[in-house]
Design a protein around this ligand. Structure first.
Ligand SMILES: NC(=O)c1ccc[n+]([C@@H]2O[C@H](COP(=O)([O-])OP(=O)(O)OC[C@H]3O[C@@H](n4cnc5c(N)ncnc54)[C@H](OP(=O)(O)O)[C@@H]3O)[C@@H](O)[C@H]2O)c1
Length: 282
């Protein structure tokens, strides 16, 4: 059996779409098993991973575990100890490129580094996937695009090579099955460096509309996020990394193509696949 943490997140959902096709039993951890909607055949497991003492029994028969550090938080060390005790064989960690290509406040990269250290020292077979900016982060623009043709944001020239979640999932599934070399670290990015202005244009192209990006001062964006009730950590994380990517673009690697044997999906592909999210409700 494969167990996915962060199962209702962007990567978790993409992996859960693929796994049932692989004829593997799958368990998905969520804090809201009552309300979670997972694909048919996926067993929902309910619990808080920040305090994972409850998970012992749920790990019986689990061969591989996918870890989202945001979902496991400070509980990761304990979760790994229980996993070893319960006979789990392998672990796949969703880390971030900021571990090797610093961007944003150091404390965020340090959390990923800490998670990597715990996984490497766990005694389990491990694979670490260092992930670039997700293409799906552009969904934050959906409310603006549904109601108009201008996206307002900070650091329009901040550039990353955004990753399609379907490519992350395809590689994660290979790692979960044990098809990637144990003890390997892979830096995954999309195929093309794009700034925010270009991303907005590509979403417009997928929609058949001319969209534009309007630059606003970062403080304005921060205040807007706090006014929406978001914790300070969200603008700290977002604006800190955008400020750095405006001066030095995030990395671009060919690892997705090397591992999958076909080109990585582009941001234009992602925009096309997600057009519905940007359309006004009918
Ligand atoms: N976004 C990016 O650009 C980016 C880049 C590099 C790396 N990453 C990392 O990649 C990982 C996956 O990201 P993602 O966007 O797919 O996931 P995510 O949106 O961060 O979601 C993770 C899921 O974690 C679950 N969760 C949160 N707290 C939990 C707790 N205490 N106990 C159990 N579950 C908890 C939530 O599910 P429930 O509400 O169902 O419990 C949530 O849906 C994250 O660790 C993220 O930091 C992201």
């Amino acid at each position: 059996m494969i167990m996915i943490t962060g199962a209702s997140g962007v990567v978790g959902r993409a992996v859960l779409k693929l796994l049932p096709r692989e004829n593997l039993a799958v368990a998905a951890v969520t804090r809201g098993a009552g309300s979670a909607v997972f694909p048919e055949g996926v067993r929902a497991v309910s619990g808080d991973l920040f305090r994972p003492g409850w998970i012992e029994g749920a790990l019986d028969g689990v061969e591989a575990l996918q870890i989202s550090p945001r979902a496991t938080g400070p509980g990761l060390g304990e979760l790994l100890r229980i996993a070893v005790k319960q006979g789990v064989r392998r672990v796949v960690l969703l880390s971030a490129t900021t571990v090797e290509h610093p961007a944003g406040e150091a404390r965020f990269a340090a959390r990923f580094q800490h998670a990597e250290d715990l996984v490497r020292d766990s005694g389990l077979e491990w694979t670490i996937l260092r992930l670039a900016d997700f293409a799906a982060n552009a969904l934050a623009w959906a409310p603006q695009i549904r109601s108009g043709d201008v996206v307002r944001g900070a650091y329009g020239r901040a550039a990353t090579s955004p990753l399609h979640e379907a490519d992350i999932a395809a590689i994660a599934v290979r790692a979960l099955r044990g098809s990637l070399r144990p003890g390997s670290t892979h830096t995954l990015t999309g195929p093309q460096s794009l700034d925010q202005v270009a991303k907005v244009h590509l979403i417009g192209a997928a929609l058949g509309r001319a969209l534009s990006f309007q630059e606003l001062p970062p403080e304005h964006i921060r205040e807007g996020m706090l006014a929406q009730g978001l914790p300070e950590e969200v603008p700290d994380r977002l604006l800190g990394s955008l400020a750095d990517y405006a001066h030095r673009p995030g990395p671009t690697t060919g690892t997705v193509e090397d591992l999958l044997g076909r080109p990585a999906r582009t941001f234009a592909d992602w925009a096309h696949d997600n057009v519905a999210a940007f359309l006004p409700a009918a």
